[in-house]
Every structure is written in C-alpha cells, then in structure tokens.
Design a protein around this ligand. Structure first.
Ligand code: C5P
Length: 236
C-alpha cells in the first residue's frame, strides 16, 4: 500500500490558478516536484486545479485537514480519492471512528488509496491554549503522542508534525509510520512565522520522511535552485 520515498513537498500557497501555473512552469526542465495544495488554492480554484496539476505529472498532497462526523468524512474522502491525489489529511482530534471511516472512504474499488496522514495538534496551538481554551489537561507532548498513536492504531499512514517531534513519534508508532514535517528553513533563510524550525539537512538526519517547504522556495529569487538545494540537503 505504502508508496513512500523520502521527498521534499512544495507548498503551493497561491491565491489563484494563474500564479500557481506560472510558478509550476518554472519547473519545466525538472522531474516534477511533489506539491501540496492547501485550503487557499483548493477553495479558490477547486477540483479542476487538482486535476490540472496532476495531469502535468506532479504528485499531490491535498492538505484540507478534514474534521467532521464519520459519515461525512467517509463520503468526502471517497470524492477526494477520485481526484487521483497521492496524500490527504484529517484532524486526529476527530476521533478513531472518524479516522477509520476516512480510510474506508478513501479506498478505491481496486484496493489502492492515497496516503492518509493525521494532524495531531496544530503548531499554532500552544500549552496555554490547550489548557485554558480547549480544557485539555495533558501536556502538548503527551497529547501529540497520544493522537499519533490513535492514528497509527486506526491504520493511518502517518502524521504531520514538527521536525523536532519526528524521532519520538517514530519511536512511539514505529519506523514505518510516516512523518510529514513543515517548519523547514535553510540556515540562511527568514523563519517568518514558523517558530520551531529545522534545516532540510537536519530534517533528513532526524528521520523525517517528507519535508514541506513553502516560502523558502516559492519566494526565492531562484525557486528551482532553492528546490534543488532542499532536495540535495534533505536526501544527503
Ligand atoms: O512557507 P512555509 O514553508 O512556512 O509553508 C509551510 C506550509 O505547511 C504551509 O502551507 C502551512 O500551512 C503548512 N503547515 C505548517 N504547519 C503545520 C501544518 C501545516 O506550516 N503544523
């Protein structure tokens, strides 16, 4: 089932089709990069955008972070699976029944399916918010680990996590459990709003399976060069 090769995924955080295709056209001479389509682009340009990018030969991580009742998530995953995407995600906080329903919906009639990855706690959630707003008494680390274990025991393929958590998640959930890690920055690039960051080279050494990079590639003066550098550093 698993088709996992360690890879760098470019976050296509663009507001429309034109800017997205203009960016992807830069890669006409390259092996087509694995890309991530998030809520912004999907809500702006819809499933046709996904089909168009797929037809250009890219692998696609559809980062829509589903979270709803099990039946709704199952039916939605069935629709997304029909888009021939390679990876999709949901919130582990939706619970085990929802995660199992998602897997069922995602599985195509021929038994294949995209990788299904869980979000544990968003990196924008801090300990104060966890305790004071969400009324979760366990620590952030304990919550992240428990959500990852829940996802693993439901049969999901991995989690989105900080590169700093990748090693302990693999210790808890097994080495085959995939870690997809945003918060990646070159040593000489601007951290922006990312707080807990790692370089592509260190993420590789930490055992991350996929790194997700947006602005250090999309906003670079030479995006193709930045992508090549990320791949080179990450794969070692
Ligand atoms: O530009 P940058 O490299 O920070 O982009 C990271 C991408 O990963 C963005 O699309 C962001 O939404 C996503 N992401 C993240 N942190 C998470 C989950 C997703 O940065 N915990």
């Amino acid at each position: 089932m698993k088709n996992t090769e360690r890879d760098a995924i470019i976050a296509l955080d663009f507001p429309n089709r034109e800017q997205t295709l203009e960016f992807l056209d830069l890669f006409s001479e390259e092996k087509k990069p694995f890309v991530k389509i998030g809520m912004e682009l999907f809500y702006a340009s819809g499933p046709d955008m996904v089909r168009e990018i797929k037809a250009r030969g890219h692998r696609i991580f559809l980062d829509l972070k589903l979270h709803d009742i099990p039946n709704t998530v199952k039916r939605t995953m069935a629709v997304l699976s029909g888009l021939d995407i390679d990876m999709v995600n949901l919130h582990a906080s939706g619970g085990s029944e929802m995660m199992k329903a998602a897997l069922e919906g995602l599985t195509r009639p021929d038994g294949t399916r995209p990788l299904l990855i869980a979000v544990t706690q968003l990196t924008s959630t801090d300990e104060r918010m966890l305790h004071d707003e969400l009324l979760i008494e366990a620590s952030m680390n304990r919550t992240v680990m428990r959500y990852a274990q829940n996802a693993a025991s439901c049969g999901l393929d991995g989690v989105v996590c900080s590169p700093l958590e990748a090693a302990s998640i693999k210790e808890e959930c097994g080495n085959d459990f995939i870690t997809v890690t945003p918060g990646i920055r070159f040593a000489d690039s601007d951290a922006g709003d990312q707080k807990r960051i790692m370089t592509p080279a260190d993420a590789g050494k930490a055992g991350c399976d996929y790194i997700v990079m947006g602005r250090p590639i999309t906003k670079a003066s030479d995006p193709v060069g930045a992508y090549r550098r990320a791949m080179h550093d990450f794969l070692g």
